[in-house]
Design a protein around this ligand. Structure first.
Ligand SMILES: [Fe+2]
Ligand SMILES: [Fe+2]
Length: 237
């Protein structure tokens, strides 16, 4: 059995994911349970595969994605660090070579924007996958219209990550309705977008964010119109 299947079938890891969800649910956080774990696992794996990494690296990506939030079962603060320690012991016990365990733990321990930096390909793919998971299904049953996270997530009807290996672009496409706004989206997600840009850079790619089919983070000069800063001129006067 592959390490991916061993982790996926582990009752212990599943309980850590469910325990994390129970804790964050009490704090009225957005959904962080099995759905989020599986979404991040699959998207991390897909990013690595599409960019030409070997199957085993993609498998490490799946595992990192699946286990990245288990530390929320202890505390929200530094949960990435705790998740990494959990993964270390689980993967070592399953017989994974230590070098690969360390790839996974470095990725997990660096996935939060407050303390993390993309440090390897698995880490970079995990960051992009995790930060892309904004969707109305993540709003718990206790939807609070006065809470910005609930409003923004509830407004997102659809999200998807597209990889173009030839052009080396990773595009996150989000479709929002009027429950919230692009301004509110950035109010809570700007640091996540910045981190995704850094992560894509480590993978030799450009990260593009589209909201309702409008490119948000990579402005280009309109045809025939020169950018005021094109020739090193920083003055707008
Ligand atoms: Fe997290
Ligand atoms: Fe997460």
């Amino acid at each position: 059995m592959s390490f991916k299947d061993l982790v996926r079938n582990s009752e212990e890891v599943l309980e850590l994911i469910n325990a994390s969800e129970r804790c964050l649910d009490v704090m009225n956080y957005t959904e962080h349970g099995l759905r989020h774990a599986m979404y991040v696992a699959r998207v991390t794996e897909k990013i690595l595969k599409k960019l030409g990494f070997d199957d085993y690296t993609a498998e490490l990506g799946f595992i990192a994605g699946y286990m990245h939030d288990t530390g929320n079962s202890v505390n929200r603060n530094f949960h990435g660090h705790v998740s990494a320690v959990y993964a270390y012991y689980v993967l070592k016990e399953l017989g994974m070579p230590l070098k690969d365990v360390n790839t996974v733990t470095a990725a997990i321990g660096n996935h939060e924007e407050e303390t993390g930096t993309p440090v390897n390909a698995v880490s970079a793919a995990l960051i992009i996958a995790d930060k892309s998971d904004a969707h109305r299904t993540r709003v718990t049953q206790k939807y609070d219209p006065n809470e910005i996270h609930d409003r923004v997530n509830h407004a997102i009807k659809k999200n998807a990550v597209y990889i173009n290996p030839e052009k080396r672009t990773i595009s996150s496409r989000i479709y929002m309705n009027g429950t919230s706004s692009v301004m509110e989206y950035f109010e809570i997600y700007l640091s996540r977008i910045n981190m995704s840009e850094k992560a894509a850079h480590l993978l030799g790619c450009t990260f593009k964010l589209y909201i309702n089919d409008v490119l948000i983070n990579s402005p280009k000069a309109v045809k025939g119109e020169k950018s005021v800063t094109e020739k090193g001129d920083q003055s707008l006067e």
